[in-house]
Write a protein that binds this ligand. Structure first.
Ligand code: ATP
Ligand code: MG
Length: 138
């Protein structure tokens, strides 16, 4: 399980035409795509996915943003996937993201930050199975 992670290319990056470049960055970094889909989240789905942040002051803005347009959801495979992918995407706030990271290159702000990456093996499994029923045991 530690060789898998879950990602979403967020609505800002999809709307700005960065999907192809971001997928290329992910492949160039050595990740294999196990599953991928293009979809728009419903409010209920976004609230459920980000339920851990329900009490945070930015929760409503986060949900509004995540349902504002289509996203690309994917399960990725590589050794040490969760940590390796968090390094590839960079800090939550793109102003603090390292040079060359996906958020540094494509994100405009802390709320419209281009991409999601799971923060633990356990959450990768939960998040992956949220979108891909065939990965329930992953
Ligand atoms: P993600 O879970 O999307 O990969 P992350 O793990 O880097 O991002 P989290 O702390 O899980 O960051 O926050 C989830 C999302 O909520 C962030 O990606 C960001 O869009 C938004 N967010 C987090 N902190 C703030 C904040 N202080 N103000 C506005 N939005 C925030
Ligand atoms: Mg997170």
């Amino acid at each position: 399980m530690s060789n898998k992670t879950f990602t979403m290319i967020k609505p800002d990056a999809v709307a700005n035409g960065h999907t192809g470049k971001i997928i290329d960055d992910i492949l160039q970094a050595g990740f294999k795509i196990e599953a991928m889909k293009y979809l728009q989240l419903s409010r209920a789905q976004a609230e459920s996915f980000y339920g851990i942040h329900r009490e945070r002051p930015f929760f409503k803005d986060l949900v509004d943003f995540m349902i504002s347009g289509p996203i690309v959801a994917a399960i990725l495979e590589k050794d040490n996937a969760v940590e390796s992918f968090r390094t590839l995407i960079g800090a939550t706030n793109p102003e603090q993201a390292a040079e060359g990271t996906i958020r540094k290159k494509y994100a405009k702000s802390i709320d419209a930050n281009a991409i999601h990456g799971s923060d633990s093996d356990a959450n990768a499994a939960i998040e992956g199975s949220f979108f891909f029923s065939q990965f329930e045991r992953f």
